[in-house]
Each structure stands twice: as structure tokens, then as C-alpha cells.
Design a protein around this ligand. Structure first.
Ligand SMILES: NC(=O)c1ccc[n+]([C@@H]2O[C@H](COP(=O)([O-])OP(=O)(O)OC[C@H]3O[C@@H](n4cnc5c(N)ncnc54)[C@H](O)[C@@H]3O)[C@@H](O)[C@H]2O)c1
Length: 257
């Protein structure tokens, strides 16, 4: 592997690093030889990881929805690991009623999801970017979605209980756009900030949904988790040293048509 793809001697934080996409990012980070710090709320899942992953990561349990605790938490991690080169915001907290149809969304639920899904990414990014900027630079990747680029096509959900929650589009668009704001704010201090916009990841979804979804992508299928993870790792690497303020679409061509 050429050095410009390697993350050797780098320290990378991945939030939500035990989930569907996060687990694949964690795996890719290990393969690219980064020191990996997984920040996640799910300690039981951490304990049940196979030894090959368990022994290659540092685990930090945290509830990232507690916005007031983010500043001291990020600072504490920074001090404990003697600096952080890369930070990936990927955690996916949501309220119990997150899957409700638009007609049933309460103001309280809307507010809460914007807070825990979007504001948390923004506040974490602020805190880590300040530390990176004062220390010579670093990289941030925020996981957005194709929902930031294109409205959902509700016909793909017909006959299923699936939907795209109404708040997801503004949340993901906000995360994408704020990544650009931060890239602009901190560009002169060597902090690169990018977003990634993945399409749907295969997770044993309903057959009729899959058929309709697949038809709308140029590659005729949903993503595998590692196909989202590897572009994230690319954005952190020196191979992407001139990429900042971008939103990298990883969607098998969904948004191209
Ligand atoms: N799955 C997809 O098809 C898809 C597509 C596009 C974008 N995304 C985005 O990718 C990201 C990851 O999604 P996923 O599908 O892998 O989700 P997931 O539910 O599989 O994993 C989410 C992870 O976040 C952790 N988490 C949840 N609440 C937390 C909290 N309060 N504090 C810390 N950690 C917490 C969970 O324990 C879990 O490990 C999200 O930003 C999501 O919006 C997903």
C-alpha cells in the first residue's frame, strides 16, 4: 500500500464505531494501521466484539447526545491520547418515535432529533476542530446522506412500514453544509473538513423495497458497509490532502439520475 493511503502513526476517533457503517469504518481504520478510538454508547456490543477487533481498538463509552458534556469530553480524549489526528462523526442516536410518518411527528420529537443528530455533530466538530487548529491541523469527516442531496422517493417504500423520517433531510443537509462552513473557517489552519453522502446500505431489507431501490441505482444494488467505510478512510488519508469542504457521494449512482 502506498504511504499516502496509510494512516500509520495517526490517531482516529470514530463515533458510533460499533454500528452497521461504523463497524466497517473501524475495520478499515485498523487495516490502514491507524490507532483507533471507538466512541459509542453500546458497551455490551463492545464486549462481544471478536478478538481481532477488540484487541485493536480503544473503547470510550459516551452518550454523545449530552451536548453540554461534549466540550469536556472531547478535551479529555485529546489529553488522554495526546492529540487526535482524525475524527469521524458517524453515531446515529434517534428517538423511539423516529420512524413516525410526517403526520405523526411532534414538535418535541422534531426538536430532539435535530439536537441529538445534527447539533451533536456540529458541536463535536467545533470542539475538535479548535483543538486541531491549535495543534497544526487535522481531519474531520461527517457522515451525511444522499438525503442531503435529493428528496426521498416515497414510492420505494410502498407496501412496507419503512419511510425516510421528515427531519432526516434537514438534519443531513445541515450536517453537510456545516462541514463546508467549518472547512472554510479552519482551512487556513490546516484542518480539512469533509462530508460523505452514502446511499442506502444493504441490511436485509424487505424484498419489494430492495427490488425498487436497486432499480434506482446505476449499479443495481445497495451499498455494502465497507463500500462506505473505505471512501471515509480515503478522505482522512494524505491521498485526499487537497480535498476539503466537499461532500463525497457514495451511492452507486442513485443521485446521478
Ligand atoms: N444505514 C444506511 O443505509 C445509511 C445511509 C446513509 C447514511 N447513514 C448514516 O450513517 C451513520 C451510521 O448509520 P448506521 O446505519 O451505521 O447506524 P447504526 O444504528 O447501525 O449504528 C449507529 C451507532 O451509533 C451508536 N450510537 C447511538 N446512539 C449513540 C449515542 N447517544 N452516543 C454514542 N453512540 C451512539 C450505536 O450504538 C451504533 O453503534 C448515520 O449518520 C446515518 O445517518 C446510514
Amino acid at each position: 500500500m502506498p504511504d499516502y493511503f496509510s494512516l500509520k502513526n495517526k490517531t482516529t476517533v470514530i463515533t458510533g464505531g460499533l454500528g452497521l457503517i461504523g463497524g466497517a469504518i473501524t475495520q478499515s481504520l485498523i487495516e490502514c494501521e491507524s490507532r483507533v478510538i471507538v466512541v459509542d454508547i453500546d458497551e455490551d456490543r463492545y464486549k462481544s466484539l471478536p478478538e481481532s477487533i477488540h484487541s485493536n481498538i480503544h473503547f470510550e463509552k459516551a452518550d454523545l447526545t449530552r451536548l453540554e458534556e461534549i466540550e469536556p469530553f472531547v478535551k479529555e480524549l485529546w489529553d488522554r491520547y495526546e492529540g487526535i489526528d482524525n475524527w469521524i462523526n458517524n453515531a446515529y442516536p434517534r428517538t423511539a418515535d423516529w420512524a413516525n410518518k410526517l403526520e405523526d411527528v411532534t414538535v418535541e420529537s422534531w426538536r430532539k432529533n435535530v439536537d441529538i443528530q445534527m447539533n451533536s455533530y456540529c458541536i463535536i466538530s467545533n470542539e475538535i476542530a479548535k483543538l486541531m487548529a491549535n495543534n497544526g491541523g487535522g481531519n474531520i469527516v461527517n457522515v451525511s446522506s444522499i438525503q442531503a442531496l435529493k428528496a426521498p422517493d416515497f414510492t420505494i417504500y410502498e407496501g412496507t412500514d419503512m419511510t425516510t423520517p421528515a427531519a432526516y433531510t434537514p438534519i443531513k443537509a445541515g450536517i453537510m453544509m456545516y462541514s463546508k462552513y467549518l472547512a472554510s473557517y479552519f482551512g487556513g489552519r490546516n484542518v480539512r473538513v469533509n462530508a460523505i453522502c452514502p446511499g442506502g446500505v444493504f441490511n436485509n431489507q424487505n424484498e419489494s423495497f430492495l427490488k425498487r431501490y436497486n432499480k434506482k441505482t446505476l449499479l443495481g444494488r445497495m451499498a455494502k458497509p465497507e463500500e462506505v467505510a473505505r471512501p471515509v478512510v480515503f478522505l482522512l488519508s494524505d491521498a485526499a490532502s487537497y480535498i476539503t469542504g466537499t461532500a463525497l457521494t457514495v451511492d452507486g449512482g442513485w443521485t446521478a439520475i
